[in-house]
Design a binder for this molecule. Structure first.
Ligand code: PRT
Ligand code: MG
Length: 220
């Protein structure tokens, strides 16, 4: 049995064409079903639904053989584990669920001036590893405030001066009178495979990896 860990929402939706290319069709709609284990047309392949941030954990401990999650999630996970020590193999950038990690502030906050003056910035984020590395590389002193969601609220309430968050269309920032002041990195979702499982189930896992590789949409 091959177990694939996915999160509901954009990753699930965008992985469907790649799964189809591997001859895999999920037989239930996760938005309608309450099941956490979804059967596929292939008796030897099943999908488990987990939180996006839990995908690397499931794969690391062998609860799933492989999974799909954002580079943002992978960076934060490896900051916790130490790169190379989690037993995760990342063979493919799937080029789906694309977005960027950016710094945003209230439109009335002079970020450039605050950085120039060397002020200590209060930064709210779910992405503490990415934010810590980024501001350290700029030589900006920050107090990081860890949040798990609705980061956009923090500067509006005065909890922080800035946020580090994912941006795709920018509509959420705009709706909350925030402006993007730095682009930290581009993000897309990657295939993540348990290295030990890859040895045990080499042929079927390789077939899935190769089919995904052949179906990745070209760079635009
Ligand atoms: O939602 P939940 O707390 O369960 O978990 P999650 O947010 O980690 O999962 P999910 O499914 O929302 O996101 C999974 C992955 O999709 C992320 O880890 C990213 O790699 C990727 N992705 C791509 C995004 C976005 N685009 C995105 N726009 N994840 C989140 N967003 C958020 C963004 O932070 C903003 O608040 O969507 C909001 C709307 O964005 P705009 O700019 O289009 O308005
Ligand atoms: Mg989300």
């Amino acid at each position: 049995m091959i177990t694939l860990a996915l999160s509901k929402g954009r990753i699930f939706d965008e992985i469907m064409p790649l799964l189809a290319a591997a001859g895999i069709e999920v037989l239930e709609d996760p938005e309608k079903s309450r099941k956490l284990i979804l059967p596929t047309n292939r008796p030897d392949v099943r999908v488990v639904l987990v939180r996006a941030t839990d995908v690397p954990t499931y794969v690391q401990y062998g609860g799933a053989d492989l999974g799909v999650c954002g580079k943002d999630t992978l960076i934060e996970h490896s900051a916790e584990w130490g790169a190379g020590r989690s037993g995760l193999y990342l063979p493919l950038d799937l080029r789906i669920a694309q977005c960027r990690v950016s710094v945003a502030v209230r439109s009335d906050f002079d970020y450039a001036q605050a950085v120039k003056q060397g002020s200590r910035l209060k930064v709210a984020t779910k992405y503490t590893a990415i934010a810590r590395d980024f501001f350290a590389s700029k030589g900006v002193h920050v107090d990081l405030i860890k949040l798990y969601g609705s980061m956009e609220l923090a500067p509006l309430i005065g909890l922080s001066d800035a946020i580090v968050d994912l941006v795709s269309t920018g509509n959420t920032l705009k709706a909350n009178h925030l402006v993007e002041v730095e682009r930290i990195m581009d993000i897309s979702s990657h295939l993540v495979v348990n290295q030990a499982m890859l040895k045990l189930k080499q042929a079927p896992l390789r077939r899935i990896i190769d089919a995904f590789a052949g179906a990745i949409r070209p760079a635009d």
